[in-house]
Design a binder for this molecule. Structure first.
Ligand code: ZN
Length: 188
């Protein structure tokens, strides 16, 4: 795949003051310990527009297939709604990294699409529906990942006992990553 250089980054959704769960928090949801949060959650109502954080190429755009957990003999399926992953390349150090947008209702890009910073890529999904998953609160899950990508949905949480799924050091705190990448990037 041909990468595209990403000169600047911006925040993908209107207001970053509405963070309901920060990066690195140990989240318990639905009576389950999910582990360390690998992104940030930004509260936003149903159908809020979501924009590409930077120029790049879409490498994933699908409804999350869902994760199956066996808890106390009950198999539970949880999904994150629609997910978009965009590949970026830093022109300064030539490193490839990815931005991930989860809990999308509508998605307006497909795998292979070239996107520009600020391009309208989708909307926030409805709570407790297939487009948002089991989550009661409508929000965007946003992550920056700087590790190798294998074509699958990237995890949203890190648990030591499941560490074959990801390496925590590949995950960057998105707000400071964007600010350091694009000095002067607006917060809202
Ligand atoms: Zn999240």
């Amino acid at each position: 795949m041909a990468y595209r250089l990403t000169p600047k980054l911006m925040f993908p959704i209107g207001n970053f003051k509405n963070i309901s769960s920060g990066f690195g928090e140990m989240n318990v949801y639905d009576n389950r310990l999910w582990g360390k949060h690998l992104g940030i959650d930004i509260s936003a109502p149903f159908e809020t527009k979501v924009f590409a954080s930077g120029r790049g190429v879409v490498v994933y755009s699908k409804l999350h297939p869902g994760e199956f957990d066996d808890e106390e003999g009950k198999v539970l399926k949880r999904n994150w709604g629609g997910i978009v992953i965009i590949a970026h390349k830093d022109p300064k150090n030539k490193k490839v990294f990815y931005s991930l947008y989860g809990h999308l209702g509508k998605r307006y890009v497909k795998r292979g699409d070239a996107v520009e910073m600020g391009q309208f890529i989708g909307t926030i999904g409805k709570a407790l529906s297939e487009s948002n998953g089991v989550w009661e609160e409508e929000h965007l899950h946003f992550s920056i990942y700087a590790g190798p990508y294998h074509g699958k949905v990237l995890p949203g949480y890190y648990k030591q006992e499941e560490n074959s799924r990801t390496e925590p050091e590949y995950w960057k705190e998105p707000i400071s990553f964007i600010k350091n990448y694009s000095p002067g990037a607006k917060l809202d």
